[in-house]
Design a protein. Structure first.
Length: 265
């Protein structure tokens, strides 16, 4: 079976559509004539590597997609893709480890572009102790493990609210990245059962959507708000796609429950 060869025009039109840019818009941003861009998209003109990289900027292409565009144009990729454990990534790995370790005693984890677990601190790992073993087979998808009935879902007090937040974010990421794996994950997670809403999405009076977990003691809930951190200056595909999710106590009761005994006074 013949493999379909991608072409520059298909990729550019797809991403222009995603970014809602006309040829005129993109040509102006990339400082190229609309006529020449039209020729590039139709295959009547072969773009230079410099032009492809200029077009990638206003389209806000992820590094992986920039490599894809270069390959379609007949050029070698310029952005490396290394494992986080490779020697060349040591500085980045140390930075991630420092964040995760320094965030203790609160949960923090690092995930890849598909929300698969890369690294986690002990506090995050402890939340997964009662998750079904099948959900913990590598690669562990943290969104699946959180919303699945065999995962954290039974412990999430505000599951409908948290589910709405997660699915909205996932849908937006899938559309922005043009990633079919994220789109398929969104469809899968939407189909998971969920109880009737006890906390309607978007309740007023909150500064952020919390993740509220029922603790081992059913009388004690743990409430968190989260922050997302990325490497803004990354030129490696793996590093650019790595996301750190750090959870902070959303109330004083949670802070006291997770703080070392000596800090509770």
């Amino acid at each position: 079976m013949a493999t379909r060869v991608e072409n520059v025009g298909d990729i550019l039109r797809d991403w222009r559509g995603r970014r809602q840019l006309s040829q005129l818009d993109l040509a102006g941003e990339a400082q190229v004539s609309t006529r020449h861009l039209s020729f590039v998209e139709s295959g009547r003109a072969a773009p230079s590597r410099d032009l492809l990289l200029r077009l990638a900027e206003p389209l806000a292409l992820p590094l992986r997609e920039r490599n894809r565009l270069l390959l379609a144009g007949g050029y070698a990729p310029i952005y490396s893709e290394r494992s986080i454990d490779e020697p060349d990534m040591a500085v980045a790995r140390q930075a991630v480890d420092a964040v995760l370790r320094g965030h203790m005693p609160y949960p923090a984890l690092a995930v890849d572009r598909h929300w698969n677990l890369v690294l986690a601190n002990e506090a995050a790992g402890s939340l997964l102790t009662d998750v079904a073993p099948t959900l913990l087979d590598p690669p562990v998808n943290v969104l699946r493990a959180s919303l699945h009935p065999g995962g954290l879902a039974p412990r999430i007090v505000n599951l409908p609210e948290w589910r709405h937040h997660v699915l909205t974010r996932l849908r937006d990421e899938a559309e922005r990245a043009g990633d079919p794996v994220l789109a398929a994950l969104h469809v899968e997670l939407r189909a998971l059962p969920t109880p009737a809403s006890r906390h309607p999405p978007g309740r007023g009076g909150r500064i952020a959507v919390p993740l509220i977990l029922r603790g081992a003691d059913s009388n004690q809930n743990l409430s968190f708000i989260s922050t997302t951190t990325v490497f803004g200056s990354a030129t490696d595909v793996t590093l650019a796609e790595l996301t750190l999710e750090c959870f902070y106590p959303a109330d004083n009761a949670t802070r006291l429950a997770l703080s070392p005994t000596g800090e509770r006074a």
